[in-house]
Every structure is written in structure tokens, then in C-alpha cells.
Design a protein around this ligand. Structure first.
Ligand code: SAM
Length: 286
């Protein structure tokens, strides 16, 4: 377990994952019914963008930095809402301005969207990251931080008493069999709770493994979104990634169809996005 999200926080992968996460949370909390959120691979919760890790890679600057520099005029609503969530978190750490001080990880974005009565469990296996996550939410009764294996939490927390859930699965993909472990965990989650909304991030490096994973979801209703930085990405750097959302809420597809091409257009020449619905998806609603 060498992965530390601090090197990558706010990069293009986070733009995809976190803009979608904010939209899912907005739509799922619009209904007057309680929601359970499980973040299986939560990370440290928040990341210092002026620190050594972020500065070493420059990924935040090439990601969230580019979006923050854009005028809000004409910006897709989902992107504007995501940036507002990022700024709301950042404001606690320094004066507002063009440059961000700190970037919110997925648990912070979830926390900002929770209503009284919603429930949130954030799992992080790495001891140091889990300690940072516990510190990030110290004294906050609305967040249950577990230093635990997030895949096990899928088994132990589903089905939730609320009967409505968002499960974010965002593994580091260090293990060579991560896609198989992930596919098993998702199958297990769906068996326990078929109507939950599952958002699953994946890197696009080993394309046959990606396709096999997507194929394993063939019976479900999903949206598959990808961002690809294009051929100019430096050798060895992640150039493309995806997020698949099983059982997306109504209006999510529409919001992301507008947001993703706009984001891709700001990530440099050759960057592109895609969004496809599963063959099992119902036709779009009028
Ligand atoms: N979801 C976070 C966000 O969006 O801000 C980023 C998470 S990062 C990509 C993946 C995290 O998963 C790392 O912090 C890593 O230590 C942790 N991790 C690895 N294996 C895990 C497991 N089996 N269960 C829980 N956490 C794990």
C-alpha cells in the first residue's frame, strides 16, 4: 500500500470523479428520504495543494487549477456546483482568491452534502491516511471513520436501514487483481442491495481488464464515463480514467453530458470525454 492520494488530489481523475460525486449527492438528497453513503476507499479527506506532494507532481495545477481559472459565465451548472463545493471547503484554510490552498477529498464532498439524519461511513485501510481522515472529522458526529477494508464494509453495511444508498468505490489499483476483486465486491453489493447507486472509479491502462470489468456489469443499468488526456501525456503518467455509475438518479446523465466535454476541453489539446449508457438501460426520459 504505497499509494498516497496527496500526490494526485485535484487531478483530471478527481475532476471526473468529484464532479460526478457532487451531482449524485445533489440528486440523491433532493428527495425527502434519508440516504446512507459509504465511501469504501476514502483517503485522507483533504489535501494541501501548497505541500510537497502536490507540488512535486503538478497534477492539481493541470486539473482543478485550470477549472478554477475559468469564468463561471457559460460554465455547465454541474461544474459550477462542483467548483462551489471545492471553494467552500478551501475558504476555511485561507483568503478566497484565484489559488486554492486545500482540495476536498471525496469524504469532504460527501459531508458537505449530508442532511440531518443521513448517515455516512468512510473507510480507509492505510493507517497514516486513516489517522489523517480521523483528524479531518474529529468531533463530527455525522461522519463515521473506520480504519478498515472498504470491500468488507460493502458486505457489512448493505442493505442499509435507509433503503437508499450511494456507494463510492475508488481503489488505488496497486494490486494486479484489483479489477477482479472490485467486480466481486460490486456483485456482492448488488446481491445484497440491488437498488443502490454505486459509483466506481477505474484507470484506463489495461483495456482488456477494463472491458472485462464493464462486461461483468452487463445486467445492470449503468452510465460509463471516461476522460482521456490524449497521446501527449508524459510516459508513465495516467492518461485516461473512467467512472461507472450503476443505478444513476434521474437527470444525472443529462448533467454529465453537458459537464464532461466542457471539462475535457480545458485539459489540453487532444483531451476528450465519453459517456455511454449500458445496453440494459431504460430509454432516456422526456
Ligand atoms: N476516494 C478518495 C477521494 O476521492 O478523495 C481517494 C482515495 S485514493 C484513490 C484510494 C485510497 O484507498 C488510498 O488512500 C488507499 O490507502 C486506500 N485503500 C487501499 N486499499 C484499501 C482497502 N481495501 N480498503 C480501504 N481503503 C483502501
Amino acid at each position: 500500500m504505497n499509494y498516497r492520494h496527496g500526490y494526485h488530489a485535484g487531478n483530471f481523475a478527481d475532476l471526473l470523479k468529484h464532479s460526478a460525486l457532487c451531482e449524485l449527492l445533489r440528486l440523491l438528497t433532493a428527495k425527502d428520504k434519508k440516504l446512507f453513503v459509504l465511501d469504501t476507499h476514502a483517503g485522507a479527506g483533504g489535501y494541501d495543494l501548497a505541500g510537497a506532494k502536490a507540488r512535486r507532481t503538478g497534477e492539481a495545477e493541470a486539473g482543478i487549477g485550470r477549472l478554477m481559472a475559468e469564468s463561471r459565465t457559460g460554465m455547465p451548472a454541474a461544474v459550477a456546483r462542483y467548483l462551489a463545493a471545492v471553494q467552500a471547503y478551501d475558504r476555511k484554510f485561507g483568503p478566497p482568491g484565484g489559488v486554492l490552498h486545500r482540495y476536498p477529498g471525496s469524504p469532504r464532498l460527501v459531508r458537505a452534502a449530508l442532511r440531518p439524519g443521513d448517515r455516512f461511513i468512510a473507510c480507509e485501510k492505510h493507517p497514516e491516511e486513516a489517522l489523517l481522515l480521523k483528524r479531518e472529522f474529529a468531533g463530527d458526529q455525522a461522519v463515521e471513520v473506520r480504519q478498515a477494508d472498504g470491500y468488507h464494509a460493502i458486505k457489512s453495511t448493505l442493505p442499509p436501514v435507509e433503503r437508499r444508498a450511494l456507494v463510492l468505490i475508488d481503489p488505488p489499483f496497486e494490486a494486479t487483481d484489483e479489477f477482479e476483486v472490485l467486480a466481486r465486491a460490486v456483485r456482492h453489493g448488488l446481491r445484497r442491495f440491488a437498488t443502490g447507486c454505486y459509483a466506481i472509479w477505474y484507470p484506463v491502462k489495461d483495456e482488456p481488464a477494463v472491458e472485462a470489468f464493464i462486461q461483468s456489469l452487463a445486467e445492470t443499468h449503468y452510465l460509463r464515463m471516461e476522460l482521456d488526456l490524449g497521446p501527449r501525456t508524459p510516459e508513465g503518467k495516467l492518461a485516461a480514467c473512467g467512472l461507472v455509475v450503476i443505478n444513476p438518479p434521474w437527470k444525472f446523465e443529462e448533467a454529465m453530458r453537458e459537464a464532461l466535454p466542457w471539462i475535457a476541453a480545458r485539459l489540453g489539446d487532444g483531451a476528450r470525454s465519453s459517456l455511454v449508457a449500458s445496453p440494459a438501460s431504460p430509454p432516456p426520459q422526456a
